[in-house]
Design a protein around this ligand. Sequence first.
Ligand code: APR
Length: 312
Amino acid sequence: MSVKKITVVGAGHVGATCSQLLSQKELAREVILVDIAEGIPQGKGLDQWESAPIEGFDSRVTGSNNYESSAGADIFIVTAGIARKPGMSRDDLLKINAGVMRAVTTEIKRVAPDSIIIVVTNPLDVMAQVALETSGFPRERVIGMAGVLDTARYRSFIALELDVSIEDIQALVLGGHGDTMVPLASYTSVSGIPLTQLLSQERIDALVERTRKGGGEIVAHLKTGSAYYAPAAAAVQMAEAIVKDKRRILPCAAWLQGEFGMKDLYLGVPCMLGENGLERIIEVDLDDEEKAALETSAEHVRSTVAALKALE
Ligand code: APR
């Protein structure tokens, strides 16, 4: 795929960081920031473009309050919504962000019916479903960002604990994005060495627990918002796998149709990403405990979907 245009919807903390990374990596000819806040996408877009001579990139960054310049865009990264504040659960954001997601997806469908949507707005698994239903796109073209971020957090904590290079740590985190995520210790290794040979079960459990609460840990520090550097990097890594048709296997939220014994819900699973978006879902063996944890995670997603339907 020759990617000409990527639009980031929501020019807030996550969105603006996404556009900066996209342009610095030259993942598209045009990078467009769209937001309802007047002047914000234009100002941030121009500011980023003015960094091009210093950073040496040729992706043209612009900002807009409408979708006209995004006509025919190849990929949309949707970060629009309200960020989680301290004391606010992801589910508190439900109704507001569902409305935002519907409005945004309707516009995407209008101006770029063949595009791929990467959903970042929380509560992620449910927002991805809203985008899928509103767009009517096939599941290959509506993918949620969750697992790459959760896995990155897990890997970053393992690197700190072992004081080894981040590059050598492989890990897999499945399930819903949030407190019910399922880090798989059996698929975690350091340069091929199983993590269980390097750390006690007690230490692994502590790192898993920190990963589960990773989003909340950042919110507790920031007090006025939620994480954005790592979430943006995660969304951009997914876009890069698509743009370059890398066929990378990354944990993403995908619309399950029988995989892992589940149907009609978004859940974090290992996905191959390439030029068509979701190329395929990779089913891995899980032990009984992991299966039960995944089921708990799925139940949480289902109940959030039910809560949203009840609110409307
Ligand atoms: N269309 C376009 N942009 C919108 C809309 C809309 N209908 N509604 C809100 N926005 C914009 C806001 O104006 C704001 O600039 O979305 C942006 C959100 O930015 P922040 O408040 O800085 O939030 P951020 O930290 O970027 O998080 C965005 O990503 O990780 C998730 O939980 C996080 O759901 C949240 C999202």
